[in-house]
Design a protein around this ligand. Structure first.
Ligand code: GLU
Length: 448
């Protein structure tokens, strides 16, 4: 990492809902920036006017805020077009950006010929041979140029934060198109121009960009700027190994938020899966940030397993102190205070499940009376008030002494009568919360 305060960025194109794989990239950048006292930039790569949507950009900002990594700076490439035009002019002037007139069909035909001859399908640079007169003729015939970056035919090497020494042989790549026929920019140039303008020190992104990095390092040089450091992390896939897509909306942060997952659980999984650290609950994003070690991210794809998220989320909720839970319980209009929280939290997979158990306390509950004789005896033996955490034991000891029943044969009929369910939080804790009045009524078979 750079010695000065680093600047890192997350650069999504706002063409869909960001998913947990995008969150991995965003978090790695944001947490490193915070940990090192640097800056975290959110940059919307929205030069593709047709596919970019303001709603997706807005949702992405909301998603990052929900995760707890609101950016320090937000920029939109669509606001910065003159910077790209300026850079393109400089590259044209230095002969690194050259006009090409081939149609997509022509390029495809040449590609097929190359392949049939066993040659690599690299752009043949025919356009470099065009003279002034040829170009004028083509333009008079109605052709508009697209513009390619002339790569120097050499190996570009860098020391990757994640992958160690890396290289790309630019001699084996086609000169990339930077500007389309209609004058719009592909991703490559604006990204480099912005990384220079925003003084980005470290580009941490998915390993699908490794080849781009070779090209972009040449672009930084051609624009007279030092290249930042790079780190390419493994991508998150589904359990069956498929990539996640922004377009499908699958595993989108918005959906996960709606499904009631804890943002810190999502963050912990997104960062720790496929790293050298075990997936586990953390107390804060700062703690999670202290566990990020780019050099030890696995090279294999990181598999996202929804059941792992469920398990992790449950561990977060189980460990949640009442002080943290309290405002959220109040929002859900759940009463019962700390006693209720301590009674139910071990039974929650997601925080919102607390509502269900509050329903069991408050009712209405349809009691299930499977053993009327036992329940009648139990009703008669209810201990005197006030009730507390010791009441359950006093009560069941008395019922056991009279009926000779114990274990499941004793407890299950009581649970069914009191809650209508065959499972749930400890009855010793629930009993005082349900309270003497409702307990009597439920034991009497009333729906309350
Ligand atoms: N918009 C690019 C993407 O989402 C950004 C890649 C980068 O970080 O440079 O893949």
């Amino acid at each position: 990492m750079a010695a000065m305060a680093p600047v890192l960025r997350f650069a999504p194109s706002p063409t869909g809902l960001i998913h947990i794989g995008n969150a991995r990239t965003a978090l790695l950048n944001a947490l490193v920036a915070r940990r090192e006292g640097g800056t975290f930039v959110l940059r919307f790569d929205d030069t593709d006017a047709e596919r970019s949507r303001t709603e997706y950009a807005d949702q992405t900002e909301a998603d990052l805020a929900w995760l707890g990594i609101a950016p320090d700076v937000v920029v939109r490439q669509s606001d910065r077009m003159e910077l790209y035009a300026d850079a393109a002019e400089r590259l044209k002037a230095s002969g690194r950006l050259y006009p090409c007139y081939e149609t997509a069909e022509e390029l495809e035909r040449r590609r097929r010929i190359q392949l049939s001859r066993g040659q690599p399908p690299i752009y043949d640079r025919a356009a470099l041979a065009l003279g002034e007169a040829d170009r004028r003729q083509l333009e008079e015939a109605g052709r508009r140029p697209h513009w390619r970056f002339r790569l120097e035919p050499r190996v570009v090497a860098w020391n990757d934060h994640v992958r160690g020494p890396c290289h790309v042989d630019c001699a084996s790549l086609s000169d990339p198109v930077l500007v389309r026929e209609d004058g719009s920019y592909l991703y490559t140039l604006p990204s480099v121009v912005d990384d220079i303008a925003l003084a980005v020190t470290d580009v941490v992104r998915g390993e699908d960009h490794v080849t781009n990095t070779g090209v972009q390092i040449q672009l930084f040089e051609a624009l007279g700027a030092p290249a930042p450091a790079f780190g390419h992390h493994n991508l998150l896939t589904t359990v069956s190994g498929e990539g996640l897509s922004k377009r499908s909306g699958a595993l989108s942060l918005r959906q996960l938020a709606e499904d009631g997952y804890e943002p810190l659980a999502i963050a912990a999984l997104a960062v720790l899966v496929g790293s050298s650290e075990a997936v586990r609950p953390v107390a804060s994003l700062a703690e999670l940030g202290s566990l990020v070690d780019l050099a030890h991210i696995s090279r294999a794809p990181a598999k996202f397993d929804e059941s792992e998220l469920d398990a992790l989320n449950a561990r977060f909720v189980h460990a949640m102190p009442y002080a943290v839970a309290r405002p959220r319980l109040e929002d859900l209009r759940i009463g019962g205070g700390e006693d209720f929280w301590n009674a139910v939290r071990a039974n929650l997979g997601r925080f919102g499940d607390a509502l269900r158990w509050w329903g069991v306390v408050e009712g209405p509950v349809a009691p299930r009376i499977d053993d009327p004789a036992l329940v009648a005896t139990a009703l008669r033996l209810l201990p005197p008030e006030p009730w507390d955490a010791t009441t359950w034991k006093l009560w069941t000891d008395a019922v056991r002494a009279e009926t000779g029943l114990k274990g499941r044969a004793l407890f299950l009929p009581l649970r069914l009568a009191l809650t209508g369910l065959d499972h749930g939080p400890e009855l010793a804790a629930l009993l005082p919360l349900i309270g003497p009045e409702r307990v009597r009524e439920r034991l009497g078979g009333e729906v309350v």
